[in-house]
Ligand binder design. Structure first.
Ligand code: 26W
Length: 809
């Protein structure tokens, strides 16, 4: 459903907003005010839709889902809303009448970077899809004042700068002061018996932190429905301690206030690695408690009691970070609304569902029991009761072994294992690709799945494809519109409409032309930002994602070293010129990941300084990867690097965005690559490396010895020798150790050298096919045409029907 409005009406609305909100007329206005007023006008349209959706949901008594996630990565909003509401052309005109260009506004908007990577972006894709498919569903998270840090590369080293996004990004937020909640920390628990003989728990002497909801509205593509993303901001109930101030203790006078405000100040920048910091635990409880209170209050307001709660709401836990929602819901039901343990337990078990996003052991959250007891005494008492009842329940199951009991225990060795609490309580647990869902059943949650196999399902990830196709790659979208018609915009499976044209020579030429134009746009951007020169006719080989050992950016880099050495030996080697594009952030405390960035940078510098290779090989490390940067990289990419060690990447979603834009995947059979491979077939993907099963065997037998590969394979020996010398004047001893003897104790756990030869050969084949454009372009088309299954609309629909059991507006 489009908004019907003319350009001149819009112009009038923006003028009025300028005057009323900023007290200015367009003749005397700062660019930023004009930008903000424009956003606010768009926001007003959405506010109406959110309100209508809310009323309609209550009138029909529809079930709603609350998607709890510690991270969301919405990126920018203006273009997305304008596109979804169908007002882009008139808005462009109105802005032009105000003497500005809409693209200028698009470029001014900072990303809302309230997340680290895949998990956060997935959450935002699902909100888009829910609104598009007219499901009532809301996101809940923290309103971080500082999002994911800004990455700057200084002499090859990552440095981190604060990301202060709220000035220009804050126009999308509306504070709902009257819906503020109190969250309680610390204090003591008192037990007493009430007049009905029931044990009551009273929480006293706690510290209060206030939670103010900031609402960000969520639009769907041409959808009459709009939902919201609630972001909680922490505040202190105490302004300043006047007594301490009077005593001259100025810092202490501010301390209480600061302790509360700091909770929503900054996003933890580490992913796939837990940091057991008290502040993070406070963040988790803070947003979960405020969210649950809001959910319960809203439900009470609409239905008058909580008896229908389980029919009317679903609560989804995005990885384990919001796990405290389980005991918090039970606390609210028992302590605030007089439900018994059994009732509260049964409600929790029917509303909570959980998605696992990683099998990396260092990412599985555990909290010291003592810390939880101290910070959240009531929550601790509930968790320990759930744990007691869990062990009781095993008395009926003599078939489960002692080892399995140990693995399934919620409290173990003084730690609370959040994943086990989720799996024990959630009615449904899902993985994010077929392979990953199988792995969690067979490995990390084996005991649970043997008891209740039906609890475990798969929902393969999906992407908000219109963002990366229609918005980010308008030329490709236009071509598709004209060739297969626009129906694919609401039904991604219809992209398959171009498949019958895979041998249509003029169409393939048009596709190639668009790719070339996007590569030129990319090169111009890179030149403008960093002054680098890129050949738009070289093969654009792209690896963009968080920097992690398991994602094996190092495998890519050592292959580049191999190419470099080969080319130096034989400058006439028949290989296509290539530009290797890397981007991604490293967790600030992740030494090896930062070394990988440093290697990419200096390798690039050394290659640039080698005259005979200058036109053949280029390595670019792009600083500050973010959602909006991905929107100009994906359309220009030709080869998509998805080269994690099989079994480690839960799904991947960048792989889907790249495929959709016509890049061909070079990848292992890992995560969603398996499903990409099934969709396009052997001939349209470059598959290499060990399977997850083979990796399992190699590691189980402790059989990975890097030196066997060094000794067997002269190319590897040559690469190792190269790294043992200085690169662009810098030494990389730790990386050398990592690849060979092991770093910090053990040999490279991601077996890079074991997959190298297979990768090298496959890369060679990719290079050969690239030199036959007809063949390459055909493969590219086949990838685009088969990308439809990876739509978030499909994923969200599966969650709604299989997990949340809800229907559309
Ligand atoms: C506790 C620290 C921490 C923070 C974030 C641990 C783990 C995480 C996330 C689960 C990491 C993450 O983003 N995982 C990615 O999730 C994507 C969406 O499902 C998948 O596509 C990626 O494969 C997976 O790595």
């Amino acid at each position: 459903m489009d908004i019907t409005i003319t350009a001149s009406e819009l112009y009038g609305l923006i003028r009025r907003k300028l005057l009323r909100h900023f007290g200015r007329n367009p003749e005397h206005v700062r660019l930023q005010e004009l930008y903000k007023a424009t956003c606010m006008v768009v926001r007003d349209f959405l506010a109406e839709r959110v309100d209508e959706t809310f009323n309609e949901v209550n009138a029909q008594g529809l079930k709603q889902v609350y998607y709890l996630s510690m991270e969301f990565l919405p990126g920018t909003s203006l273009r997305n809303h304008a596109f979804n509401l169908g007002i882009e052309p008139v808005l462009r005109e109105a802005v032009a009448a105000l003497g500005r260009n809409l693209d200028e506004f698009y470029e001014m908007e900072p990303d809302a970077g309230l997340g680290n990577g895949g998990l956060g972006r997935l959450a935002s894709c699902y909100l888009d899809a829910l609104a598009t498919e007219r499901y009532p569903g809301h996101g809940m998270s923290i309103c971080y004042e500082y999002g994911i840090f800004k990455q700057k590369i200084v002499d090859g080293r990552q440095t981190e700068l604060p990301d202060d996004w709220t000035d220009l990004g804050g126009v999308w937020l509306i504070a709902k002061e009257d819906e503020m909640k109190e969250v309680h920390f610390g204090g003591r628990l008192k037990e007493s018996w009430d007049e009905n003989g029931r044990l009551r728990m009273t929480h006293t002497d706690y510290r209060t932190v206030l939670a103010v909801p900031q609402e960000m509205m969520v639009s769907g593509y041409r959808s009459s429905a709009a939902n919201s993303l609630i972001l909680w901001e922490s505040r202190s109930p105490i302004e300043i301690d006047m007594e301490k101030f009077a005593e001259g203790k100025y810092l202490q006078a501010m301390e209480e206030r600061y302790k509360a405000e700091i909770i929503s100040q900054i996003l933890y920048p580490a992913d796939e690695h837990i940091e057991g910091k008290t502040l993070r635990l406070q963040q988790q409880y803070f947003f979960v408690s405020a969210s649950l209170q809001m959910i319960v209050d809203k439900h009470l307001m609409a239905y008058g009691s909580l008896d229908l709660l389980a029919d009317k709401i679903a609560i989804h836990i995005n990885d384990t970070h919001p796990t405290l929602a389980i005991p918090e819901l039970m606390r609210i039901l028992m302590d605030d609304h007089d439900y018994s343990w059994n009732e509260a337990d049964s409600i929790a078990r029917s509303v909570i569902s959980y998605t696992n996003h990683t099998v990396m052991p260092e990412a599985l959250e555990r909290w010291p029991e003592a810390l939880v007891a101290q910070e959240l005494p009531r929550i601790h008492s509930i968790i320990s009761e759930i744990n007691n009842r869990q062990s009781q329940s095993w008395l009926d199951h003599p078939e489960i072994t002692e080892e399995q009991r140990q693995e399934m225990a919620i409290i173990h060795d003084g730690n609370i294992r959040m994943a086990n609490l989720c799996v024990e309580t959630a009615h449904t647990v899902n993985g994010v690709s077929e392979l990953h869902s199988q792995i969690i059943k067979d490995n990390i949650f084996k005991g649970f799945s043997s008891l209740k196999p039906e609890k475990f399902i798969n929902v393969t990830n999906g992407i908000a494809y219109r963002r990366w196709l229609n918005q980010a790659n308008p030329k490709l979208a236009e071509l598709l519109d004209s060739v297969i018609g626009p129906a694919y915009r609401n039904d991604a499976r219809r992209l398959a409409g171009i498949l019958p044209l895979k041998d249509d020579v003029p169409l393939l030429a048009r596709l190639a032309k668009i790719k070339r134009e996007n590569k030129v746009r990319f090169s111009n951007n890179a030149n403008r930002l960093w002054g680098v020169q890129i050949d738009p006719d070289s093969l654009f080989d792209v690896q963009v994602k968080r920097i992690h050992e398991y994602k094996r950016q190092l495998l890519n880099l050592i292959h580049i070293i191999d190419l470099y050495l080969r080319w130096q030996e034989d400058p006439n080697a028949d290989l296509p010129p290539r530009t290797f594009i890397f981007a991604g952030k490293a967790a600030p405390s992740y030494f090896l990941a930062k070394e990988i960035i440093r290697l990419a940078y200096h390798l690039g510098q050394q290659i640039d300084a080698t005259p005979k290779l200058k036109d053949k090989l280029k390595v670019l490390f792009m600083e500050n990867y973010a959602v909006s940067m991905s929107e100009w990289i994906m359309p220009a990419a030709e080869l998509s690097e998805q080269i994690s060690l099989a079994g480690k990447e839960a799904s991947g979603t960048g792989n889907m965005k790249l495929m959709l834009n016509g890049a061909i995947t070079i990848g292992t059979l890992d995560g969603a690559n398996v499903e990409i491979h099934r969709a396009v077939g052997d001939d349209n993907m470059f598959l290499f490396g060990m399977t997850a099963e083979e990796v399992g065997q190699l590691l189980a037998e402790n059989n990975y010895n890097p030196w066997t590969y060094v000794l067997q394979n002269p190319s590897i020996a040559r690469i190792i020798d190269f790294i043992s010398h200085k690169i662009n004047g810098e030494s990389f001893a730790e990386i050398l150790n990592y690849l060979t003897t092991g770093f910090q104790g053990s040999a490279d756990p991601f077996c890079i050298l074991a997959d190298f030869e297979s990768y090298r050969k496959t890369q060679q084949r990719a290079g050969q096919i690239y030199q036959k454009p007809a063949e390459w372009n055909r493969m590219s088309l086949i990838n685009i045409g088969n990308a439809g299954i990876f739509s978030a609309d499909r994923s969200a629909g599966e969650y709604a029907s299989k997990i949340w059991k809800m229907s559309r507006l």
